[in-house]
Ligand binder design. Structure first.
Ligand code: ADP
Ligand code: S3P
Ligand code: MG
Length: 167
């Protein structure tokens, strides 16, 4: 028994949305690391960043992901920075990890429109997205077994592409 699909990629790429829909189509459980973090701590993501900074958040995130993967056979979406933690990258080895790839302009449109507060992007989303991509792109590529492009593809199309790989 092991996880059916894990989603990684930049903040705003659609991991939570696509993961939830893939799970629904497969008739399986869905977990999202950010939702699990909020459930287990009883705090919101922005509060956790305020209290413990990014490093405090990463520690909680890594622990939650380890636990979420243990004996799990559903779908799991990760937060965009989860791959920064080495133990998380190691835990993902051998699993069907999907990278959702989105061009910078479209990513900016999505995070600007989305209601989710992403503390790392609040100041200057365009600049921050560029910096985060530079830091992380190689890590996304390292952990991903499959890459699905989502630039102009509606959610249903991305979900269909994932299901085709899993079929
Ligand atoms: N393929 C897509 N096309 C258009 N908008 C999308 C697509 N996928 C996700 N979105 C939108 O982009 C925003 C960010 O999606 P979300 O699932 O929260 O991304 P992530 O979990 O990767 O940060 C949401 O408003 C969502 O509705
Ligand atoms: O990229 C990041 O470092 C983060 C992405 C967010 O998740 P999404 O990628 O689902 O937006 C959330 O985990 C937190 O705000 C930090
Ligand atoms: Mg998300």
């Amino acid at each position: 028994m092991s996880v059916k699909a894990v989603f990684v990629g930049m903040p705003g790429s659609g991991k939570s949305t696509v993961g939830r829909n893939v799970a629904r189509q497969l008739g399986t459980e869905f977990r999202d690391s950010d939702a699990l973090i909020e459930e287990t701590t009883g705090r919101t993501i922005p509060q956790i960043f305020e209290d413990g900074g990014e490093s405090g958040f990463r520690d909680i995130e890594a622990a939650v992901i380890q636990e979420a993967l243990d004996g799990y056979d559903g779908v799991l979406s990760l937060g965009g920075g989860a791959v920064l933690t080495e133990s998380t990258r190691a835990a993902l080895k051998g699993h069907p990890v999907f990278l959702i790839d989105v061009a910078p302009e479209e990513l900016l449109r999505r995070v600007t429109k989305s209601r989710t507060v992403r503390p790392l992007l609040v100041d200057d989303p365009e600049l921050r997205l560029r910096e985060l991509r530079e830091q992380r792109e190689h890590l996304y590529r390292e952990v991903a077994r499959h890459t699905v492009s989502s630039d102009e593809t509606p959610v249903a199309g991305v979900v269909a592409a994932v299901l085709e790989v899993l079929a």
